[in-house]
Design a binder for this molecule. Structure first.
Ligand SMILES: C[S@@+](CC[C@H](N)C(=O)[O-])C[C@H]1O[C@@H](n2cnc3c(N)ncnc32)[C@H](O)[C@@H]1O
Ligand code: SF4
Length: 375
């Protein structure tokens, strides 16, 4: 893929851009094989590929420059602002949104925040698009000072961009490079963006994780569903469940499913989806996954885990070793921490592994691994 910003040395976020796409996949697969070298793998499935551009459903833009000429993109450590509106990872529809946002920022008088001077109000704009083309837009502000101005100017933006369904102001008062604060103020009646992957209705709310590459995420969830349904599983947990994508794909009306996730916003999304699907044997709760597990003295037949980059860690691995669920399905965005966790589960054999290329042009990828208790 060609990126003019990369060539001009303005943005180097895609470290592997100079490798051909087939080479990127070969390198990821061999790195994964090296990481699992100590654990015999019964079956390697072929990697699932991504589109090479326009695959990101999310943009996190730092706002800099002046109120009349805002720059949306990133800020180098030396203070240089880089306009990322033309980043080829975004769908073409984002350009229309950015083109309307620039005059809107001036109309609403949202002065970009200046990091060194600690002045100004607008820190970031966060944009998410569903596969049906509807949008969620969040303005990350230093304070509530410009909120009334923002609200007064909003009808113009909504008339320009009728696909904007959810708009919020997030208040982030800390003068550090933190993306978002705790306080979220909804500026639209609609609070969640409707999404559908395969036949499963999902929703996206502020402050809840959602996969950034929807077509590859859909294949990941579908694969998890096929692997689980091929097993005689009547009860499962989905730990670190986010908005419930894995569990809701795997569940059948007969299966007992418990989904655990730390974000209450994400759990509200998962509960809404379960209701829409007519699933009654399902329970989603906002809790710490390890505390939830260790508070139980037995495990379901299958435990699915999809932790953040740090992995599931020693305590949860020890609990799994003791409670001995017949199967563990591990979806990871960091194969290194996953390999460390697998080493802590010596009673499990690696049945099947498949790489999902969620993050082309970088060294990152998602991997789905089925572990089976040794008899
Ligand atoms: C990689 S995301 C996976 C989300 C979800 N499975 C999906 O497919 O979108 C990891 C999730 O773990 C959640 N999380 C982080 N720490 C947690 C904890 N201690 N207990 C439960 N969930 C946690 C995050 O909020 C995030 O939603
Ligand atoms: S993130 Fe976008 S602008 Fe930056 S190098 Fe990658 S493709 Fe280019």
């Amino acid at each position: 893929m060609h990126c003019a910003l990369y060539d001009a040395n303005r943005c180097r976020s895609c470290q592997w851009l100079e490798k051909s796409y087939p080479q990127q996949i070969d390198d990821k697969q061999s790195l994964l094989q090296q990481l699992l070298a100590d654990h015999p793998v019964a079956e390697w499935r072929a990697p699932v590929l991504s589109a090479q551009q326009a695959f990101r459903n999310k943009a996190k833009m730092v706002v800099s420059g002046s109120v009349e000429r805002p720059v949306l993109g990133l800020l180098h450590a030396d203070g240089e602002a880089v306009d990322l509106i033309d980043c080829p990872l975004y769908p073409a529809s984002f350009r229309t949104v950015f083109a309307a946002l620039i005059p809107f920022i001036a109309r609403a008088g949202l002065t970009p925040y200046h990091v060194a001077r600690r002045r100004g109000e607008l820190k970031f704009v966060l944009l998410t698009e569903s596969t049906r083309g509807e949008l969620m837009l969040r303005f990350v502000l230093r304070s509530e000072q410009k909120l009334t101005q923002l609200q007064a100017a909003l009808p113009w933006l909504q008339a320009e961009l009728p696909q904007l369904k959810v708009i919020t102001a997030n208040i982030q008062p800390v003068p550090m490079a933190i993306l978002e604060g705790k306080e979220e103020i909804f500026l639209t009646a609609q609070h969640a963006l409707a999404e559908q992957l395969n036949d499963v209705p999902l929703s996206i709310r502020p402050q809840s994780f959602f996969q950034t590459n929807a077509p590859v995420a859909a294949q990941l969830y579908q694969t998890a569903r096929e692997w689980v349904r091929a097993l005689p599983v009547e009860s499962m947990w989905d730990l670190f469940c986010g908005v419930g994508g894995f569990g809701l794909h795997c569940a059948t009306p007969q299966m007992r499913l418990t989904g655990i996730e730390i974000s209450a916003e994400a759990i509200a999304c998962a509960q809404q989806s379960a209701q829409a699907m007519g699933l009654h044997q399902v329970n989603f709760a906002a809790l710490d996954s390890t505390q939830f597990a260790t508070g139980n003295d037995s495990a379901p037949q299958l435990v699915l885990v999809n932790p953040p980059r740090r992995g599931i860690g020693e305590t949860l691995c020890q609990w799994l070793s003791e409670m001995a669920p017949p199967w563990i399905l591990y979806s990871s965005c960091n194969a290194r921490s996953m390999a460390e966790d697998i080493a802590r589960l010596p009673d499990y054999a690696v049945q099947r592994v498949q790489l999902f290329d969620m993050f082309p042009h970088t060294a990152h990828y998602e991997v789905l691994t089925l572990l089976e208790r040794k008899s």
